[in-house]
Design a protein around this ligand. Structure first.
Ligand code: HSE
Length: 459
């Protein structure tokens, strides 16, 4: 059987990892595909000894790889959205299948790229774009294909999870924990992508398109980062039995889809709350399978290469099975749409994405108040006026000499606009001596009714 020829653009951590894992496991991969997979052409300014030894063509011009007629599958690991977009467009125009690890590219330009690929009868595969070595794209598109998915909630940025774990276990400030993440090489070159939630929002947009059959809508993801997180809230949450996780949450409700990335208190007994350090985890709740949890390394050369090569194997099988078929093949129209998001199905889903004000969660509140008789009853009176129920309340006694107590409250589930109205009222109390810190709380028990938003109301 003639080998399947790969073009690989980019020899950073992921590109190198892909070359190395392919070399290491070439025999078993060939058995699984039914043909050998060879690196035929690499786009890079550098090379690797094993590529030189194998006489692999190296081009500084990535587009030369996309235009190389011997290449069956183009692997894009250069990152960014400008050259990467041109490269993927060119590969598609040349009738090549594409494998990409590029979440920003797909989240921001995926709708157009998937449409172009469908028109050309080729596929864009992107297992490596979300959660590194965890096969969550395959799980959503294949393993759970028979289900109606209600919830996807994930720790999908390892740097953020590492920072939160350091803050909890070592009592570090956010800045010190970020410095530790950078020292270990976890954070992106621009750490803002990690700590402000952009990286997680890119990944969530992709997961939501797969889970709900909606277009990629990165611009509609509500995103709140970790930079404002105070270590005392991490400690208070732990004392109350919660872990704070930076979650990406996509939830189906009767009124629309919630798409949000923010720090979240999660009960410690939830398995996802126990996923610490740089690890990723994704919880999916679906109607037939029930809840399933996927956990593993979200970044790094080998784990991401595992995801890239899973897609290469899938597409290579497709190339093998369609070779010699005049009506199909890599340029044919008979190619099954394995991982093309259902957003490109006909007709596309038109479920709206909800504004954050209409999203529903429970809330953790922390504020300081004068330690005087009657203050607590005025506070709880405001909750009652707002129609909001209190799940838990805790008062930290004032330190010696201080006239202020720290009050921590956890509300029952409410819409965000209701909570904002309550916070405004609380802040009007002269007994309050600090701002009100608010962090969303999710029990993730998957038992909430999707009809929760049926009576949606504007703020
Ligand atoms: N910077 C990302 C993370 C890895 O920390 O999870 C690549 O997506």
């Amino acid at each position: 059987m003639e080998p399947i020829k790969l073009g690989i653009c980019g020899l950073g951590t992921v590109g190198r990892g892909t070359v190395e894992v392919l070399e290491r496991n070439a025999a078993s991969i060939a058995r699984r595909v039914g043909a050998a997979i060879e690196v035929a052409h690499v786009g890079s300014r550098q090379s690797l000894p094993q590529l030189r030894a194998a006489g692999v063509q190296i081009s500084a011009d990535h587009l030369a790889v996309a235009r190389d007629p011997q290449v069956d599958i183009l692997v894009e690991t250069i990152g960014g959205t400008t050259l990467a977009r041109r490269l993927v467009e060119e590969a598609i125009a040349q009738g090549k299948h594409v494998v990409t690890a590029n979440k920003a590219l797909l989240a921001e330009h995926g709708n157009a790229l998937f449409a172009a690929a469908a028109a050309q009868g080729v596929q864009i595969a992107y297992e490596a774009a979300v959660a590194g070595g965890i096969p969550i794209v395959h799980a959503l598109s294949t393993g759970l294909a028979a289900n109606r998915i209600n919830l996807v909630a994930g720790i999908i940025n390892g740097t953020g999870n590492f920072i939160l774990t350091e803050m909890r276990d070592k009592g570090q400030t956010f800045a010190a924990a970020l410095a530790a993440a950078q020292a270990r090489g976890y954070a992106e070159a621009d750490p803002a992508f990690d700590i402000e939630g952009t990286d997680a929002a890119h990944k969530l947009a992709i997961l939501a398109a797969l889970a709900f059959g909606i277009p990629l809508q990165f611009d509609c993801v509500f995103t709140e980062g970790l930079t404002e997180l105070d270590p005392q809230d991490v400690q208070h949450a732990a004392a109350l039995g919660y872990a704070i996780k930076h979650l990406g949450i996509a939830r189906r409700t009767a009124a629309g889809i919630e798409l949000r990335v923010h720090p979240t208190l999660v009960p410690r007994e939830q398995p996802i709350a126990q996923v610490d350090g740089v690890m990723n985890a994704v919880l999916v709740n679906a109607d037939a399978s029930g809840p399933t949890l996927y956990c593993g390394a979200g970044a790094g050369g080998d784990p991401t290469a595992s995801a890239v090569l899973a897609d290469v194997v899938d597409l290579a099988r497709l190339v093998v099975s369609t070779r010699g078929d005049k009506n199909s093949g890599k340029n044919g129209k008979g190619v099954p749409a394995a991982r093309v998001p259902a957003c490109l199905s006909d007709p596309p889903a038109t479920v709206p994405v909800l504004n954050i004000a209409d999203c529903t969660t429970a809330f953790y509140l922390r504020f300081d108040a004068k330690d005087q008789a009657g203050v607590l009853s005025r506070i709880t009176g405001l909750f009652s006026d707002a129609g909001l129920s209190v799940e838990a309340i805790q008062q930290r006694e004032p330190t010696a000499g201080s006239q202020e107590a720290t009050i921590i409250m956890i509300t029952q589930r409410a819409r965000e606009w209701e909570l904002r109205r309550l916070v405004q009222a609380l802040q009007g109390l002269d007994a309050l001596t600090s701002r009100v810190v608010v962090i969303r709380v999710e029990d993730l028990n998957c038992a909430e009714s999707p009809d929760e938003h049926a009576q949606s109301e504007e703020a």
